[in-house]
Design a binder for this molecule. Structure first.
Ligand code: AKB
Length: 352
């Protein structure tokens, strides 16, 4: 999916910013970060399938309870607001998606199709491209066996793209739809070389937040272990101690998306980038948690389905393209993540 460096940069510095999935884990952190950056200067429209709690809605100029799969409601947003950026976070994650694959398809693919079309329509109305930021995932990878996973080590963006979950299939499909909208939409018949949608995506690893506990994901064992220990609760980890995938802290994840959004398009050689930070095994996370919470009761009770998913995700992702093209560098490695972010914040949160 390497792209030529010829496309123009966008002019989306004015206009409204639409955030879907604003009630989710990443939405929580991103909405606050966007409000701190643009609040008062630009409209920030928050959208979620459920009504946003007041403390979250304060970060937005408008908040809508609306389903991304409802195309009429999505079209209507483009009529009401001069949208120049879409941060499309709404999705059903990997474990939840396996419980209802058809619903995952509807939300993750049809919802994204509605948002991409909205971006193209808004671009046509404003006469300049609309930026589309899309958090993708390591779930787009599918390594066939554990032996191959260990042999592969760190995978590049173009390897092992045979996901075994509906969520991974959906996210990969949306990456491809984004590439189409960014490079080819309505260009074949038109006498133009630029595109309406400036689609940019990062494949995120498991994300650890000290403020929120994720639901419906398969990388959830990392944050769950930690939040349980901080509350003095026992935790039975649903993957084996040797299970290994990459992780990142939420502040680094939010910063990476914001940084990617601010780089001139001409600097980007790709549509979709890996971004990684650290890649501990479940056992290494447990050992780190015990350093700070020596009484933590962590046991292992792997479930077949979730273990299979984790075994299909790579041990790490090669993010050298992101480092080279837009200077990606995580602030938190494994040690700093705990010492400087997770532990101080989580202790303040639970008063322990
Ligand atoms: C999940 O576990 O489904 C997500 C992800 C890795 O995208 N956290």
């Amino acid at each position: 999916m390497t792209e030529p460096k010829s496309s123009p940069s966008t002019s989306s510095e004015t206009g409204a910013i639409l955030v879907t999935g604003a009630g989710g884990e990443m939405g929580h952190a991103l909405l606050a970060a966007l409000a701190a950056r643009f609040g008062g200067r630009r409209e920030i429209i928050a959208m979620d399938v459920r009504e946003l709690p007041k403390e979250r809605a304060v970060h937005a100029t408008d908040a809508y309870a609306c389903d991304v799969a409802d195309s009429a409601a999505i079209d209507d947003l483009g009529v009401k607001h001069d949208i120049s950026e879409i941060w499309h976070l709404a999705a059903l994650l990997s474990t939840r998606g396996e419980k209802n694959p058809e619903l995952a398809l509807k939300v993750n693919v049809m919802g994204s199709a509605n948002l991409l079309k909205l971006a193209a329509d808004c671009a046509a109305r404003r006469g300049s491209s609309v930026k589309f930021m899309f958090p993708s995932t390591i779930a787009v990878y599918g390594v066939p066996t554990l032996a191959l996973k260990r042999a592969a080590g760190s995978v590049t963006e173009d390897e092992c793209l045979e996901p075994i979950t509906m969520y991974g299939v959906n996210k990969h499909a949306v990456e491809e739809m984004g590439r189409y909208y960014a490079r080819h939409y309505r260009l074949l018949a038109a006498d133009r070389l630029d595109c309406a949608v400036d689609f940019r995506s990062i494949r995120f690893p498991g994300i650890i937040s000290a403020d929120t506990v994720p639901t419906g994901g398969t990388s959830d064992y990392g944050p769950e272990m930690l939040h349980a220990a901080a509350q003095g609760k026992p935790y039975a980890c649903f993957v084996r101690p040797d299970a290994r995938i990459p992780f990142m802290t939420m502040p680094d994840a939010v910063r990476s998306l914001i940084e990617l959004s601010e780089v001139a398009r001409a600097q980007l050689s790709r549509i979709v980038y890996n971004a990684s930070a650290f890649a501990p095994s479940a056992e290494e996370i447990a050992a780190k948690v015990r350093e700070f919470f020596p009484k933590a009761e962590i046991t292992y009770a792997p479930t077949l389905e979730r273990q299979r998913i984790i075994d299909s995700w790579p041990e790490n992702c090669d993010d050298s393209a992101a480092r080279r093209d837009w200077g990606w560098k995580p602030k938190h490695d494994f040690d700093r993540a705990f010492a400087e972010y997770i532990i101080p914040k989580i202790k303040a949160r639970y008063g322990c």
